[in-house]
Design a protein around this ligand. Structure first.
Ligand SMILES: [Mg+2]
Length: 193
């Protein structure tokens, strides 16, 4: 039986959508390395609520969003060897009702840009830590923390750099820096899978 792989969407496959929305709103030029919070809009301080109103009413960050280099090619190749699921959270606890549109945007982007993923293997939800998979790839430590998953790869981003090697090691999580490295671990045997 093929091993099951769960792959996150935001900041794991696609990149900087929320950052672009904040920059467009504020007419700023922040880059990813400027942001050390999980929610980019936390940098807006008192303006955050106004931004969220605007965001959920007008913005689809997946329209023209960038992808991380090598992500789509690697996932296409992973599908030949593994049972691959794309698992994206869309529930924004700050805007429970408004965030329903994110499920539609994410689903549309995945279907259009990842034809090698069977639609029934797109999982949209609120909590990822209960999902049982052999291999998990995400940029958020909380999504990798549970006991499920024998290989847990954390895509390096400024917001997760507060976790030391020892912190991650105690949770069975390995930090990776790009999709070339993920390919090497999962497809070229570096991880002895
Ligand atoms: Mg993510």
């Amino acid at each position: 039986m093929k091993q099951k792989v769960m792959i996150d969407l935001d900041e794991t496959i696609v990149m900087d959508g929320y950052l672009k929305a904040v920059n467009d709103y504020k007419h700023t030029n922040y880059v990813a390395s400027d942001i050390d919070t999980y929610y980019v809009e936390d940098i807006l301080g008192d303006e955050k609520e106004k931004f969220l109103d605007y965001f959920y009413e007008h913005i689809n960050i997946y329209s023209g969003i960038e992808t991380l280099e090598g992500a789509l090619d690697t996932i296409r190749d992973l599908c030949k060897v593994y049972d691959v699921y794309i698992c994206a959270a869309f529930v924004d606890p700050r805007r429970v009702l408004e965030s329903k549109v994110m499920a539609m945007y994410k689903y549309e982007w995945i279907v259009k840009n990842m034809p090698f993923i069977e639609p029934k293997k797109i999982i949209l939800g609120g909590s990822k830590d209960i999902i049982m998979c052999d291999i998990k790839i995400d940029d958020k430590v909380a999504n990798l923390k549970s006991g499920y998953g024998k290989v847990k790869l954390l895509l390096d981003h400024k917001h997760n750099q507060k976790y030391s090697f020892e912190d991650l090691n105690s949770l069975g999580i390995r930090r990776v820096y790009n999709w070339e490295q993920i390919r090497s671990i999962l497809l070229e045997g570096e991880g002895n899978l």
